[in-house]
Write a protein that binds this ligand. Sequence first.
Ligand code: PMV
Length: 328
Amino acid sequence: MKATAIAGANIALIKYWGRADDRINLPLTNSVSLTLDKLTTRTTVEFDTSLRSDTLAINGAPQSGRSLARVVGVMDRIRDRAKTTAHARIASTNSFAAAAGMASSASAFAALPTAAFAALGVRLSPEELSAFARLGSGSACRSVLGGFVEWVAGTDHATSVAQQIAPASHMDLHDVVLVFSDEEKAVKSAEGHAFAKTSPLNLGRLTAVADMLPRLRAAIAARDLSAMGEIAEQDALLMHSVMMTSSPSLAYWKAETIEGIHAVRRWRAEGLPCYFTIDAGPNLHVLVEGSRAPEVVRRARETFRLPPERIVDAGPGEGARLVPDHLF
Ligand code: PMV
């Protein structure tokens, strides 16, 4: 009745922003990401028929209110699927600061159903597991699978699932994360999605994404970093344009974010092939071949005077998986 799973964050090359259905996190468009080998969450779930409700501790701190309610919502769907009424003790630890555009919800909600269904002895395909991860946080469905992953928008719970495009071994693409801020952001992405449709630019972005998706799939198949990077940069800028022009307006960037964009373009002009993307936060993600990642780390340290712990060099990672060492 007890199992532990670990899952990594993912970085989207084509983003998920905006929903067709808020209740089950149906997105307005497909999105594509790389699952990472760093920025992980480990989660232990133990079902116990003597418990009267689920309990949750994150990094050792007991949770209540909204963070507990969000997990209980997913646990209720898991119980329905597994035909049980038992409640669970849940503990989870992150290897990084949450809620600063570092996708803690993605790794957390990918690990949760993986551990919970295993604890119940119910075996699901990775695709079906990804649908349960999606209920907790949309982008989490992509972290259930490893390597390059596409989340197919779908039309209902069963069809909105993540699928692997290529395994982690396909290409040594790194995401060097420059953590300019680890403060909690004012509007979490979970809430921000609701505003996307209020931006006059949203439809333009969706049209552009429909054109970029097949080009990105081809670029991944060809291991073509410059084609992938150009698409990733353009969609990050499109998404942030939608964010900034929605009602209310969401401005996640800080001065360093803009400086980072200029730095990446300068490094590229100087012969270091690297590209940026930005999630719902101020941090810059620099996409680069693994062999050149140490150069990005060195340049970032010099340019931004970031301490070592604020630069995370993440490579391609495996999907959510069970591990033997439980948290309790
Ligand atoms: O899964 P959510 O609701 O935290 O949304 C994540 C949204 C972005 O990180 C901004 C983009 C993405 O596709 O990961």
